[in-house]
Design a protein around this ligand. Structure first.
Ligand code: SF4
Length: 424
């Protein structure tokens, strides 16, 4: 979502004939787009601002903006201690940027806008994309779920959806620009609501757009992952064989403390249903370890779900308190840091074993891969991605990023597959 938001801001700047540079020293305008989901990001931004303060001393007409989710949290600090920052704009205030940049001396302006909107969807801005294989398309913004650990409802506000018509138009424009893959984005995509048109209906409309070869989406809340979603995934070949189902914890008592609205067994049944109905589907997840009061037994439940579901991949994190959340207000962050680290290591080890086991079963199969970029380890190899979101390292063979090819999978190493192009 932050990448998408940066693309929106890039378009606003482009409309003012402000073009990108790789060098902060050469820039006349610097905007930091921030994320609040974990606390480390906040420290990074404060450190980056120290560096920008030095730049502003050298170039007094430099315009500095802090935008995105952290604007809300950092606003007091910036107002009091960072006079060199010109604009602080929350995720629903990017629309104000254009007028702010019209000021005669924008480097002397100081404006803070962090109000959240019930309506802003930015359907009037077409993002300026900087390459990549997948065109990100935000279909909704905000979240009403109120998971007790999560800052998103406080930084991004209430749920609101773009009209299906504007989503379809945005995708048609992306296809005309050459994109063949789109990723539908939202904090909770299956809360998508355009009157009678819900998320599976939108997927159906998108799947019928000519030229869209792959459709990804992230993230659905497990509570709302419906049978209609499965039906539409089965009906259209261009909807990727992958679903992200954030588990967060495998323990019923923890899930209740997290306000996730499903139980361990309900989650397992849901994952099994997806696997049974959509053969070969890859399931990824997010897991938090060391959330408030997590006992060894509760953590064991998480390991148990990971063992039983066997996720293809997982984003795994230690819990860190976020301001404004119910957990921050009412639950002590009482799992010692060392124990959080130890549990995270155990979880990662288990996940690695599972991922390797799943990926080994793909050796000998021929899969369609879209080339993404040159491999970091070898200039003679490309990295590509399968429909089920697996990375494949392939020798270059006259293809270019964006091209599709069939690859015979020859080896699985951790989460990465190795393959050889095949002609069919
Ligand atoms: S559903 Fe996701 S974005 Fe919404 S509150 Fe829960 S964790 Fe945060």
């Amino acid at each position: 979502m932050n990448v998408y938001d940066s693309e929106l801001v890039a378009r606003i700047l482009d409309n003012k004939d402000i073009s990108p540079t790789d060098s902060a020293e050469a820039a006349d305008y610097i905007f930091i787009n921030t994320c609040s989901v974990r606390d480390k990001a906040e420290l990074k931004v404060l450190n980056r601002l120290k560096h920008l303060e030095a730049l502003k001393k050298k170039n007094t007409s430099l315009v500095i903006g802090v935008i995105g989710c952290m604007a809300q949290n950092l606003k007091e600090e910036i107002l009091e201690n960072k006079p060199f920052v010109n604009f602080v704009l929350g995720p629903d205030s990017y629309g104000k940027l254009s007028a702010l940049l019209d000021a005669e001396k924008p480097w002397e302006v100081k404006e803070v806008h962090t109000d959240l909107s019930k309506y802003e969807t930015y359907d009037y801005i077409y993002p300026l994309r900087n390459g990549g294989n997948s065109a990100m398309i935000a279909i909704m913004r905000g979240c009403d779920k109120m998971c007790t650990f999560c800052i998103v409802p406080f930084t991004r506000g209430r749920e609101r959806s773009k009209s299906a018509e504007s989503v379809v138009n945005e995708i048609k424009q992306a296809v005309a620009e050459g994109f063949r893959e789109v990723t539908l984005l939202g904090q909770n995509v299956n809360s998508y609501d355009d009157g009678d048109l819900k998320f599976p209906d939108l997927m159906e409309r998108v799947a019928q757009i000519k030229g869209v070869k792959r459709i990804r989406f992230t993230s659905p809340h497990p509570q709302d992952a419906s049978d209609e979603l499965i039906e539409v995934m089965l009906k259209y070949d261009n909807i990727c064989n992958h679903i992200h189902l954030p588990l967060q914890s495998g323990s019923d008592s923890m899930l209740e403390r997290m306000n996730r609205n499903y139980t361990k067994e309900e989650f397992i049944s849901l994952a099994e249903k997806f696997k049974k109905r959509i053969p070969g589907i890859a399931i990824s997840t997010d897991i938090i370890v060391g959330f408030c009061g997590e006992t060894e037994e509760e953590f064991s439940d998480t390991l148990d779900v990971v063992r039983r579901v066997k996720f293809d991949s997982a984003f795994m994190f230690k819990y860190s308190e976020r301001p404004h959340t119910a957990a921050f207000k009412r639950m002590p962050d009482d799992v010692p840091e060392e124990l959080k680290g130890e549990r995270l290591t155990r979880l990662i080890e288990l996940q690695k074993i599972n991922a390797l086991e799943i990926n080994k079963k793909l050796v000998g199969k021929t899969l369609e891969v879209q080339i993404e970029k040159i491999s970091k380890k070898s200039d003679d190899h490309y990295i590509g991605r399968t429909d089920s979101n697996k990375l494949v390292v392939l020798p270059k063979n006259g293809k270019v990023p964006g091209d599709f090819l069939k690859a015979l999978i020859t080896e699985a190493a951790g989460i990465t597959l190795f393959g050889e192009p095949v002609s069919l």
